[in-house]
Design a protein around this ligand. Structure first.
Ligand SMILES: [Zn+2]
Length: 418
């Protein structure tokens, strides 16, 4: 039975209540330019967690917190022996973050619970709203570490021992703010996981679509490269005798860009960080360190990009006479979201008549790890000009409302189907 049959097309979440909650939460860590700074496991993160827990308890949920600080707010179903349907995202932000990244998915989950309360509707399986710890990876690297621990990608010890720049560990900071819980991290069955999130890119808005049906999460390969040549005086050293490490880096930057273009439109290829030594205007650079970030939804293409990069680095080093250190520091396999969950999202979008398109997630999300342990998919809404990880990040209230309506129907369809 479709949710439409049970709900009718007029059943909807309360968009202004969702918006008010988003704006209330955005006061915690508010920045002068209208954004949010709520780094993981700071006092401000604790305040946002406390507010979320209070709201969930007010909505009749029971709260559990696991050993890496993930918060689960449970609304019982008719059959509580069934595995729960999860929905959520994260409450932490970048240092110059916005009011929607992450927090939207958590509060949309809460709004689904509040709406079901208003309707006095009990799903067959229980549902849970989850707030994952430290998704951003800004204060403690890497990103998505706690959903990674939950999914078994990292062990708990690894997660708890992540350090910030002051040497404080996630474990110490979880204990300090009172969110080192005792719920077991693994070992319970889940029915499904849905994550609503802003797109963080420009496509939906540019095509005037209100919902992204997310089918895949891009794979990623991250590299660190150091070229070593020879520092020399910029005046007396003839061009033919130079071993310029920055020239080598520049040629690789161009090669990286070409590799991205050769695999358009889905590939992304970026050099985002470079350190030049000695970085002096009249010294030929003797050593350059830089990073490469490759993304593509197809693992085979990602491997081709990898081979091309290795060739380019070797060729450039030979041309200029540079020594090379080259390391792939991170590999993250592409994720295909569960067909049943994607269908649940598609069905909800069709019932609601929203404009939509299929999308591949360009960013990493907690959902990409959850997909390893439970059927998972995501719902994207547009954000203005595609801007995110920025204080001016904005999503219009009607977009937030639409994504939450899709979440409601997808979650109920799944919870009643089990
Ligand atoms: Zn996010």
């Amino acid at each position: 039975m479709s949710t439409e049959a049970k709900f009718g097309t007029n059943v909807a979440i309360n968009g202004s209540r969702l918006w008010d909650s988003l704006m209330e939460m955005a006061k915690i860590g508010a920045t002068p330019k209208g954004g949010v700074c709520r780094l993981a496991l700071t006092d401000l993160d604790k305040q946002s967690r406390d507010l979320f827990v209070t709201w969930c308890r007010d909505a009749g949920c029971t709260i559990t917190v696991d050993a890496i600080g993930n918060i689960f707010a449970r609304r019982p179903g008719r059959n509580n022996a069934l595995p729960p349907i999860l929905m959520g995202s994260h409450l932490d932000s970048q240092p110059t973050g916005g009011k929607f990244d992450g927090v939207y998915g958590v509060l949309a989950g809460l709004e689904v619970v509040r709406t079901l309360n208003d309707l006095n509707y009990q799903t067959e399986a229980p549902i849970e709203v989850v707030a994952w710890t430290n998704e951003e990876g800004s204060r403690f690297a890497p990103a998505m570490v706690a959903s990674g621990v939950f999914a078994g990608t990292f062990d708990l010890e690894y997660g708890l021992s992540r350090k910030d720049l002051d040497g404080k560990t996630m474990g110490e900071e979880l204990a300090r703010i009172g969110y080192a819980g005792d719920a077991p991290i693994r070992g319970r069955d889940l029915g499904a996981y849905f994550e609503a999130h802003i797109e963080q890119g420009p496509i939906l808005e540019a095509e005037d679509k209100i919902i992204g049906v997310v089918t895949d999460c891009q794979g990623q390969r991250w590299y660190e490269v150091t070229f070593t040549g020879q520092e020399a005086h910029a005046g007396p050293t003839p061009m033919s005798r130079r071993r310029d490490a920055l020239l080598g880096a520049a040629r690789v930057v161009d090669a990286v860009n070409r590799i991205g273009l050769e695999h358009a439109p889905l590939a992304c290829a970026t050099v985002g960080l470079m350190q030049i030594h000695p970085n002096s205007r009249n010294v030929i650079p003797g050593r350059v360190f830089f990073t490469v970030d490759f993304r593509h939804p197809d693992d085979a293409v990602l491997a081709e990009m990898d081979a091309k990069l290795r060739n380019a680095v070797t060729r450039v080093a030979q041309e200029i006479g540079l020594e090379t250190e080259f390391e792939q520091i991170w590999y993250y396999a592409p994720v295909k979201f569960d067909a049943g969950c994607v269908d649940a999202v598609r069905g909800a979008v069709a019932e609601l008549g929203y404009s939509n398109r299929d999308m591949v997630s360009g960013a990493g999300h907690d959902a990409c790890y959850l997909a390893r342990v439970t059927p998972t998919s995501m719902i994207f809404i547009p954000c203005v000009d595609g801007i995110s990880h920025n204080e001016i990040e904005h999503a219009h209230p009607e977009w937030c409302e639409a994504g939450c309506n899709v979440l409601l129907r997808a979650v109920v369809a799944k919870a009643d189907a089990t």
